[in-house]
Design a protein around this ligand. Structure first.
Ligand SMILES: Cc1ncc(COP(=O)(O)O)c(C=O)c1O
Length: 383
């Protein structure tokens, strides 16, 4: 079946007892077993280990990414944590993109490092830099592309090739483009990681995460860690995310079209210093953007003239755009990465990787782009 059909139907069939078209919210802690001998014969024992509503969402996301298995989590960070804890032991080393979601950086440098795991944050947009960062004890390559918030891209096929040569798994955080536009496993990656909080939910209703594995072995290892950590998704979140997934590519298409309009407008405004959007001709990695993804997404950033003070005034003056942490929702959001999503990164490290103090991140929603542009214009005109 085609992608859009799977978005609506994968993992779900009418309830055999009632005919309900939607998989119910199985709000049950435990599952009554028929006998000791037939323990788990219906597939479930306790909702930390597995839940039927969560299984339906896992099957949908697995189908959209084209993997062997999928595990859903209570948050995107729980998904990333499970990947790292399943694949890394004390004394081992991971290579991570130098621009990643701030929480991934914080998890590596403030938590997992305390358990004897080493991390190198390198420019994964350059395969030669990735190769040079490998050590004898490297056991994981973790990239994020497009990266939050700079939108720097990593060539998934090239880095997966390096990983394969060394028999090291390559995990890709695919939150920004989702399988609607980018399918890392088809490009050779081993794991695709998501904050489902973002585009899969799409409506600012939930926090959740998912890991799709290309192999059954990785899927089982991740589900084992999830059960140990107790980080499974709740059935209510799975139910809402199942509804969000039905319109994933339709929303993304409309939001991406809006993002191109917004980015094109910003390029023309005299108070704008710089604009970055993968769909603009000025995007430095435009060929890679077109080559490994089927769309450019709905995230962009810009800098205003007048530095941090102007940026601050602009964000406080916007009316239709909400100043908020999160992205990917139908509501358009504006975020100041330095004070919000990447506040825990050392200022000099942020500067080094291009997360400047004046960077204004936009997540374009489903509102009419004309209204979004009018709001940006009134705020920019007042600077
Ligand atoms: C790219 C990316 N990965 C992972 C996460 C973490 O997801 P969550 O907030 O659902 O824990 C985020 C959150 O913003 C993100 O932007």
């Amino acid at each position: 079946m085609k992608f859009k059909t799977r978005e609506v139907h994968a993992g779900v069939s009418p309830d055999p007892v009632t005919g309900a078209i939607l998989t119910p919210i199985y709000q049950s802690t435990t599952y009554v077993q028929e006998s000791v001998e037939s323990y788990m014969s219906k597939g479930y024992s306790y909702s930390r280990s597995g839940n039927p509503t969560v299984s339906a969402l896992e099957e949908r996301i697995r189908s959209l990414e084209g993997g062997a298995g999928c595990a859903c989590f209570g948050t995107g960070m729980a998904a990333t944590t499970a990947v790292m804890m399943a694949l890394l032991n004390a004394g081992e080393h991971a290579v991570v993109s130098d621009v990643v979601y701030g929480g991934t950086h914080r998890l590596s440098t403030r938590v997992l490092n305390r358990f004897g795991i080493e991390f190198s944050f390198v420019d994964t947009s350059r395969p030669d830099t990735v190769r040079a960062a490998l050590r004898d004890n490297t056991r994981l390559l973790f990239t994020e592309t497009p990266a939050n918030p700079t939108l720097k891209l990593t060539d998934i096929a090239a880095v997966s090739g390096i990983a394969r040569e060394r028999e090291i798994p390559h995990a890709v955080d695919n939150t920004f483009l989702t399988p609607a536009y980018q399918r890392p496993l088809e490009l050779g990656a081993d794991l695709s990681v998501h904050s489902t909080t973002k585009y899969m939910d799409g409506h600012n209703q939930t926090v959740g995460g998912a890991v799709v594995a290309a192999s059954r072995e990785h899927d089982e290892a991740i589900k084992f860690v999830r059960n140990c950590l107790g980080s499974n998704m709740s059935p209510m979140v799975a139910f809402l995310t199942l509804q969000g997934c039905k319109t994933l590519s339709t929303r993304l298409d409309a939001q991406s079209a809006g993002a191109l309009e917004v980015a094109s407008f910003l390029e023309t405004h005299p108070m704008v210093e710089a604009v970055c959007y993968p769909g603009l001709d000025s995007f430095p990695q435009r060929d890679l953007a077109d080559g490994q993804a089927s769309g450019h997404g709905a995230m962009l950033w810009f800098e205003v003239k007048g530095g941090v003070e102007s940026g601050r005034r602009l964000m406080n003056t916007l009316e239709l755009w909400s100043l908020a942490e999160n992205l990917g929702s139908v509501e358009s959001l504006v975020t100041h990465s330095v004070t919000m999503t990447h506040a825990d990164m050392a200022p000099e490290e942020r500067q080094r990787v291009g997360i400047t103090d004046g960077l204004v991140r936009l997540s374009v929603g489903l509102e009419d782009p004309e209204d979004l542009i009018a709001d940006l214009r009134q705020a920019l005109d007042r600077l």
